[in-house]
Design a protein around this ligand. Structure first.
Ligand SMILES: Cc1cc2nc3c(=O)[nH]c(=O)nc-3n(C[C@H](O)[C@H](O)[C@H](O)COP(=O)(O)O)c2cc1C
Length: 142
């Protein structure tokens, strides 16, 4: 079975309360367990950044469904490819909300131009959002 991953960024179209987010994550995690998808979702200043991994067919199917979800728009595909091994094998969908204070700590001010940064930044591995992601992964595995 070929494993595949996809990562993208999008804009939230509606404000979600803590309860909305919890219900949303509960449903996502239940379904991801059923279809063997794992990954991580970040919410940063109204932008979602998601990484999903799993069987290629399931990834293609769920990516199409997510693309049509009215809770977000302006989807930008960041990366996709095949995998030998999962990066988030114990996470049906890890979630992290990145607040202004945390962004300020990382980039020096609160104004993080995510689209610009992703589209123009040739040095993606140094991108502050990826640093948040890596720091978060470290806290998960410690
Ligand atoms: C930012 C975002 C990320 C999502 N991620 C997932 C996901 O990882 N897995 C999933 O099953 N649905 C995800 N969804 C929800 C799907 O778009 C869709 O609502 C859901 O899969 C429908 O499932 P159902 O038809 O079985 O109820 C996401 C939606 C949004 C807005």
């Amino acid at each position: 079975m070929q494993l595949k991953f996809v990562s993208y960024m999008s804009s939230q179209t509606q404000v979600m309360t803590k309860q909305n987010i919890e219900d949303f994550l509960f449903k996502i995690r239940e379904k991801n367990k059923r279809i063997a998808i794992t990954g991580i979702l970040l919410l940063i200043q109204g932008k979602f950044v998601q990484y999903i991994e799993g069987p290629a067919e399931e990834i293609d199917g769920i990516y199409d469904i997510i693309k049509n979800d009215k809770r977000h728009n302006n989807m930008i595909l960041l990366d996709s490819g095949t995998l030998d091994e999962r990066q988030f094998k114990n996470w049906s969908m890890a979630y992290k909300e990145v607040g202004d204070a945390q962004i300020k700590q990382i980039v020096g001010n609160q104004d993080l131009n995510l689209e610009g940064a992703f589209l123009e930044n040739k040095n993606l591995e140094k991108h502050p959002v990826l640093k948040v992601l890596y720091d978060f992964i470290k806290t998960l595995s410690s």
